[in-house]
Design a protein around this ligand. Sequence first.
Ligand code: SF4
Length: 339
Amino acid sequence: MILPGVPAPNLAPLLGKETLKHRGDVAYRAFATRSLLNRCTSRNMPFEWTVNPYRGCAMGCRYCYATYTHEYLGSTVAEDFHASIYVKRDDPQETSRRLAVAVRRGERIALGTATDPYQPGEAEEGVTRRFLEQVAQRRGVRLGIITKGAVILRDVELLQRIQERNDVSIHVSLISLDTPLIRRLEPWAPPPEVRLEVLRRLAAAGLDVGISVSPILPALTDREADLDALLGRAAEAGVTRLASTMLFLRSPTREKYLRWIEAEFPRYLEAYRRAYAKSAYLTGPYRERLRSILDRLRKKHGFLRDDAGRQSMQRFPGPPAQLQLWEPPRPAAEPATIP
Ligand code: SF4
């Protein structure tokens, strides 16, 4: 994982020169790496290792905080993160060696912190699958998976096998039931009804599955009634855990997201600019109010407290927020239809 304040390594020599494949407008290239497992040294993170089978992500989320990782590959255009995907080619022996180290030390592994491990390309490339097959050969791995992708259903049987001898938890990310809004925000991710079905099938398969309502977007996905409906559907699907974080905006995501707000929701642009003028995090009364809403809904729908999500909600100090900031009149919701 690449962390704020850490000098950017030059990764360009690791890039494959040839394009493996084009899928629509997305180009896939090879990326040589010693291991799929990378050490995470930040004490703020609730894990010690990360696995990101790809660099870049074709889901296209407007708010994606991982966009900056493409800068280390020489990219200067934020949108490249979604259009130019690097498929990792590791040395399986080195990945296996690091996996053994993580098991021996009881360290936690997060799969999918800077890319979606089940983005569309995974159906053919299978990098995530190959990593999980290594995990399945071991005992005592502590693994957390975060995804929006329905391709995870391909691996249900493999995940069940892993769960028999290891500690594996899965979060499916879904921030709203509003399908037209989700299509604008996360243009190439599965629609909400598909992700609810993914949650239902994972839970029915006996896997430890939670919903990640992350990030909550001020003015767009923060209404209590909408969150209530979303968590109600997740609970019906058999989900038992909830993680959530607020929108985090730093460059180049900040500029990219604000360009999108300006084009799609210009009435919120000034409020966003003010709220994120001094910090990448939104804190203060707005954040406290949102936290109390989530606590209320967590109890109402019977979700267990998710420690990782709680930590990320509580960790960051920041400037006083404007309580009234996000309360301009909002348009009526568009009817939710499944494409
Ligand atoms: S799914 Fe995750 S990694 Fe992929 S674009 Fe969306 S936020 Fe970024």
